[in-house]
Write a protein that binds this ligand. Structure first.
Ligand SMILES: NC(=O)c1ccc[n+]([C@@H]2O[C@H](COP(=O)([O-])OP(=O)(O)OC[C@H]3O[C@@H](n4cnc5c(N)ncnc54)[C@H](O)[C@@H]3O)[C@@H](O)[C@H]2O)c1
Length: 250
């Protein structure tokens, strides 16, 4: 086991699957104590078990990131179990309803804003005071290519992910002088359960959007997240990191 994050505690939201799971496993493999948050108890527990089986340290925290109290509970778990919090990946999110703006069901809109945008605010709201107590820290917020460019038929998602981009910049400015770095990642389409059950032709059309000629993997996104959370990125804050096979370079 490597030790880039030895002695540090990490919180990863939505860590029961996909990109969050890949980041939680990679952080643990680098020596971090990991708080594995997810809505899904079994998924969170399976990731905790994998980390423990590999000789790492982790604890589960079941909760909905769209609920401020449940996010606070995840941060409190880090403090109670491991004595503090040093790095956080606010990753959890959902796809949400598709269609032109006026076709969107209002409840679906609110669900996406809660899960993808308010969740990141709640995350930083409770994480930053713990990082201040620890003398500094690093946060990565999950945005998307759709936090940098639009899509006519994913209005709630585009709105939430652009919000994450702006919130990240504002928070980075606010805490840059206190040793707390805040960056966002912007994956292209990544092969995770979020894209499961797509018809073959839709999957092929998504591949075609990426000049790299394929979708990304959860591990490729996790490696960029680990870099941003690590001391190697000591002068990187307020930045937007695309991990998108050149999607947004077009
Ligand atoms: N897969 C992609 O193509 C892609 C591209 C860009 C950005 N993203 C973003 O990456 C993040 C992770 O996506 P993924 O592809 O790994 O998806 P995923 O569905 O594989 O994993 C998401 C995990 O988050 C959990 N989750 C969902 N809502 C939650 C909530 N309210 N509270 C706590 N946990 C919750 C789910 O139970 C699941 O385990 C999302 O924010 C997504 O918008 C994904």
């Amino acid at each position: 086991m490597a030790d880039q994050f030895a002695g540090k505690t990490a919180l990863v939201t939505g860590a029961g699957s996909g990109i969050g799971m890949a980041a939680a496993l990679a952080l643990a493999a680098e020596g971090a104590n990991v708080v594995v948050n997810d809505l899904d108890l079994e998924a969170a527990q399976a990731v905790v078990n994998s980390i423990l089986a590999a000789g790492g340290t982790a604890v589960g925290s079941v909760g909905d990131v769209g609920n401020a109290e449940e996010v606070k509970a995840a941060v409190d778990t880090a403090a109670a179990e491991f004595g503090g919090l040093h790095v956080a990946f606010n990753n959890a999110g959902i796809g949400g309803p598709l269609g032109l703006l006026t076709d969107i069901d209002l409840d679906g809109y609110r669900r996406v804003i809660d899960a993808n945008l308010n969740s990141v605010f709640y995350g930083m709201y409770y994480e930053i005071p713990e990082m201040q107590k620890a003398g500094g820290g690093a946060i990565v917020n999950m945005s998307s290519i759709l936090g940098l460019v639009g899509s006519a038929t994913a209005v709630p998602y585009v709105t939430a992910k652009h919000g994450v981009t702006g919130m990240t910049r504002a928070a980075a400015l606010g805490y840059a002088g206190q040793g707390i770095r805040v960056n966002s990642v912007h994956p292209g389409y990544i092969d995770t359960p979020l894209l499961e059950n797509l018809p073959e032709e839709v999957y092929a059309s998504l591949v075609g959007l990426h000049p790299a000629g394929r979708l990304g993997t959860a591990e490729e996104v996790a490696q960029v997240v680990l870099f941003l959370l690590s001391d190697k990125a000591a002068f990187v804050t307020g930045a937007q990191y695309a991990v998108d096979g050149a999607y947004t370079a077009q």
